[in-house]
Design a protein around this ligand. Structure first.
Ligand code: SF4
Length: 357
């Protein structure tokens, strides 16, 4: 970590710009910092005035990520941290399912998201009705649901998991004697988890009228949804980068395909990828995940040479801007609200996951 002063505590717009330059030089052009500094100063002032806490997901653009959040990290970690603060308002700079998780963990707080367009192709790939159908097809199989889902899908589930603890959650269920486990909704995370644990993997039928597919014992039953960002990476992309940079450390998120994971050096959640970069000594690092995270790691580790495939920016994360964050605080918009019954039912699988260490 660099020893820069926190932008959040700057006392004037000029000081804000100075601290942003100190933090982000080499990553963000100065002209952009000049455009953003006044807005950042106003967000940080209003945040105190309104007793708000700002959460910044690892995929936020660097000028926002390094300037306004009180906490940064992955979605679950952020929601847990915000639940422990005495802030009246939680402003989640991330996508809708993340803000919903914050609401589930802090039902009595006002939770805001800066844009209504910040969806997610993966979360949109499954509905609560889909989960109910799967439970009918496989009545003995517990349902493990990735946190990248909407609250009504979590409410139908037995356990939640993150990309960092998926293996631990499935291992826990195997130790309890379960031989079939439904794992939703990301096909690639499910396939990678099955491969890591040596389990069979099947996809359920496409049509409701079909008979359910039964795999070999034990089996993970997946779903046909993918992250539209991570599914774009291909093994040949990794081979091309290695031709140009033979000693590059290739670090993949497990939402990438099993073929991409197979040609990578390490696989892990966003939190684990950040740690790999800090701990590994390599001439270059290639991150196979959302592009902004590479910029954010580069700003914190100026001595590390980060390579990025920046055709892969998440359009939903990209909806969250410094401008919208300021509007959210000024106008108390857009408030996340969930039915109390969904909050209560969605909380159970999250709590069960947190009990597994
Ligand atoms: S990176 Fe993928 S999983 Fe994450 S918000 Fe974007 S589309 Fe969804």
């Amino acid at each position: 970590m660099t020893e820069t002063l926190a932008v959040q505590t700057a006392r004037t717009p000029e000081d804000t710009l100075k601290r942003m330059r100190e933090r982000l030089k080499g990553v963000v052009p100065d002209v952009e910092l000049q455009l953003k500094a006044d807005l950042v100063f106003e967000i940080n002032r209003l945040k105190v005035e309104r007793n708000a806490v700002i959460l910044g997901h690892n995929y936020m653009e660097p000028a926002l990520f390094h300037s306004v959040p009180d906490y940064t990290g992955d979605s679950l970690e952020l929601s847990r941290q915000s639940a422990e603060t005495d802030a009246d308002i939680i402003l989640f700079c991330g996508v809708q399912f993340m803000a919903e998780t914050a609401k589930i963990l802090s039902p009595h707080k006002t939770v805001l998201i800066p844009s209504l367009k910040a969806g997610c192709s993966l979360a949109a790939g499954i509905t609560a009705a889909d989960v109910r159908l799967l439970k009918k097809w496989y009545p003995d199989a517990p349902v493990v649901t990735y946190v990248n889902t909407y609250a009504d899908v979590k409410a139908e589930s037995d356990y939640c998991c993150t990309s960092g603890n998926a293996i631990a959650v499935v291992t826990h269920l195997l130790s309890e004697g379960h031989r079939q486990i439904i794992f939703l909704p990301d096909e690639y995370l499910a396939r990678n988890t099955a491969a890591e644990l040596g389990l069979d993997f099947v996809l359920p039928p496409v049509l409701r009228s079909e008979e359910p597919v039964i795999g070999k014992d034990p089996t993970i039953i997946g779903w046909r949804a993918r992250c539209e960002v991570h599914e774009k990476f291909r093994p040949e992309d990794v081979h091309h980068v290695r031709e140009q940079f033979p000693d590059v450390a290739v670090l993949a998120h497990p939402e990438c395909s099993p073929e991409v994971v197979a040609v990578s050096d390490k696989t892990g959640s966003t939190k684990q990828l950040i740690k790999f970069v800090r701990d590994l000594d390599a001439p270059q690092y290639l991150l196979l995940t959302e592009c902004s995270m590479g910029d954010n790691i580069a700003a914190e580790n100026p001595d590390k040479d980060m390579l990025r495939l920046c055709s892969f920016r998440c359009p939903y994360m990209n909806e969250i801007t410094v401008e919208d964050t300021l509007d959210a605080l000024r106008n108390t918009q857009y408030e996340v609200s969930l039915p109390p019954e969904i909050i209560e039912r969605a909380r159970t699988p999250i709590d069960r996951m947190l009990e597994i260490r």
